[in-house]
Design a binder for this molecule. Structure first.
Ligand SMILES: [Zn+2]
Length: 277
């Protein structure tokens, strides 16, 4: 078969553009994230999704493992932009997922809130000042999120839930991912409380690495409330002990192993579906 003469050139140009994007992203990640080398970022081969942040930054994802795997797991970092270590941990775990052949279809979103992450200074909220982890459509969101914000956290601007549920492109993107990818488990990485939190219909992990289970409560509009309690989709929330420093690489490995072990023992697609009915 003869290709039209311009096609190889076009393909080469596309590769160049893609590489340039990846390199620029990895420069940014390298400059901002603790314990992330350019090589680690480049090996992640993050792909641009169609989603953009409020300021037009691309939200990157990476899928790994067989598409027809019996388990689907979604891993999300940097929903809060000033929790830098959460994006680092997602990239390290992505690397570990590349090295093994578990029957899992992984989807990683290392930085859900790139405007917060790359802000100067980095900040928790997105560019509209919304706490994305209060923007998911839980029951009575309009009433409860206002009560929570005005009474419980005394209008703390770091916890503003937004004007309406899913008002933000970043939370809408994650919501759409949960609908289309239909994960059996969501792992949401945060910092700096140094605990493990869980919402959902199955037995929680008691420990992941040094983090022990300590359920922090249910908040209107949170991902755990929406996914774990409303959708019956287990949500493990990793609260790292430090937002600016990752655990050691040995601890990152240990946490990954503990997570795998708990997934193997607890999460079965049939079980999750049944519990969700
Ligand atoms: Zn957080």
């Amino acid at each position: 078969m003869h290709l039209p003469p311009f096609l190889p050139g076009l393909a080469a140009a596309l590769v160049l553009v893609t590489n340039a994007f990846g390199a620029a992203l990895c420069d940014d990640f390298y400059a901002r994230l603790p314990n992330v080398s350019r090589a680690l970022c480049e090996s992640a081969q993050l792909q641009a999704s169609a989603a953009r942040s409020v300021k037009g930054r691309i939200i990157y994802t990476r899928d790994l493992g067989p598409v027809a795997a019996p388990l689907r797991v979604l891993v999300v970092g940097a929903m809060h932009g000033d929790e830098l270590s959460s994006a680092s941990l997602a990239l390290h775990w992505l690397r570990l997922a590349q090295l093994e052949a578990a029957p899992v279809h992984w989807r990683f979103i290392p930085a859900l809130n790139p405007d917060g992450l790359f802000g100067r200074p980095a900040r928790r909220m997105n560019a509209n000042g919304v706490d994305l982890n209060r923007n998911f459509p839980t029951p009575n969101w309009a009433r409860e999120s206002v009560v929570y914000w005005e009474k419980k956290v005394r209008k703390d601007p770091r916890r503003w839930p937004g004007k309406s549920a899913l008002s933000e492109p970043e939370s809408k993107f994650l919501f759409d991912q949960m609908k289309s990818f239909r994960p059996d488990l969501v792992v949401s990485i945060h910092a700096p409380y140094g605990v493990l939190d869980f919402d959902g219909p199955v037995r929680p992990p008691t420990r992941i690495g040094r983090l022990h289970l300590e359920q922090l409560g249910v908040f209107p509009g949170s991902l755990g409330n929406y996914g774990g309690l409303q959708q019956g989709m287990p949500v493990v929330t990793i609260e790292l002990a430090n937002a600016l420093r990752t655990p050691t690489n040995a601890e990152i490995h240990r946490m990954w192993r503990d997570l795998q072990q708990w997934i193997g023992q607890t999460i079965s697609p049939a079980g999750t579906r049944q519990a969700a009915r």
